[in-house]
Design a protein around this ligand. Structure first.
Ligand SMILES: O=C(O)CCC(=O)C(=O)O
Ligand SMILES: [Fe+2]
Length: 307
């Protein structure tokens, strides 16, 4: 553990507001979500980036108010934190840099179903960075759920049942339309290849976080179609239990957006939902994503160190 991540962990256990590398971190609950002040994402130094990364692993979703950044500064910040992907595998956001996914309510850009970003791909993004660009006068809050806390608070019997399972994720219901609209059905370059098919992928139902080693639920109503190796009826029943549990108020934080807010979240440990309660008011959010790895379940045996 680095000195900074030790300080972040001490912050969590200690006073409600702590100062790490100039970042003032205020936890929003016992273990999930934090507000971070005292940082300008356009000018953050290396120690600040390290502290943010540690805070993100600890709190899973961070809210940074008062940021004055444009798309380019958002992308530059993303590059400090990881490898910035295309904005989206198949959606064309039009007049923005390729790295930006623009969710515009006037262009049907809504995310009012619980989901984790791009789990219909083989390597879903590790981290998303979202910036409020146009906000409705009220409404349009976003909620996040802590999938690790949700997993840990299941009874041992249910955890044992789901640990070995895998599920199919299918982006065609949400994004098939966008892919069909694209010239020659070609999406964007994602993982070095043109994303031209929304073929379903299989992921573990329980994901082991590559950094913390904690287990979390890795199914979501947005993209998970069914659990493999069980009947359709069983799949539906198990998923319904897991979704209801994941989205219990105890496992969620809800953010009321202000101009200048940026949210940063770990897709390996959370799901989220954008409230669509603002009628025909205008709302625009710009997101970038950082490359992730292939999700690994609890049953996978690490190859290193085994003879
Ligand atoms: O519009 C929002 O608040 C969240 C949209 C979303 O799902 C995302 O940016 O990944
Ligand atoms: Fe999302």
């Amino acid at each position: 553990m680095t000195v900074i991540s030790e300080q972040v962990h001490e912050a969590r256990a200690g006073s409600p507001v702590s100062d790490v590398a100039g970042l003032r971190i205020t936890p929003l609950g016992p273990s999930f979500g934090a507000e971070v002040r005292g940082v300008d994402l356009g000018r953050i130094d290396d120690a600040g980036v390290e502290a943010l990364r540690a805070a993100l692993t600890a709190y899973k979703v961070l809210f940074l108010p008062g940021q004055d950044i444009d798309d380019h500064a958002q992308i530059d910040f993303g590059r400090r934190l990881g490898e910035v992907t295309a904005g989206h595998p198949v959606h064309d956001s039009g007049d923005v840099p390729d790295e930006v996914y623009a969710l515009d309510s006037q262009d049907n850009g809504f995310a009012d179903v619980w989901h984790t970003d791009v789990t219909f791909g083989a390597r879903p993004p590790a981290i998303s960075v979202l910036r409020a660009v146009v906000l409705p006068p009220n409404g349009g809050d976003t909620s996040w759920a802590d999938s690790q806390l949700a997993y840990e608070s299941l009874t041992p019997g249910l955890r044992a049942l789901i640990d070995p399972l895998t599920a199919v994720h299918d982006g065609s219901r949400e994004f098939g339309y966008y892919l069909a609209q694209r010239r020659k059905g070609r999406g964007n370059v994602w993982e070095g290849e043109v994303f031209s098919s929304l073929a379903p992928v299989e992921h573990p139902v329980v994901r082991v976080h590559p950094e913390s080693g904690r287990k979390g639920l890795f199914v979501n109503p947005g993209f998970t179609s069914h659990i493999t190796g069980v009947s359709e009826h069983e799949s539906r029943g198990i998923l319904d239990i897991l979704y209801a549990h994941l989205t219990k108020p105890e496992h969620t934080v809800r953010h009321r957006w202000q101009p200048g807010d940026v949210a940063l979240w770990d897709n390996r440990a959370t799901s989220h939902y954008a409230n669509r309660d603002y009628g025909d008011q205008h709302r625009v959010m710009h997101r970038i994503t950082l490359r992730g790895d292939v999700p690994v379940g609890p049953g996978a045996v690490p190859t290193a160190g085994r003879g």
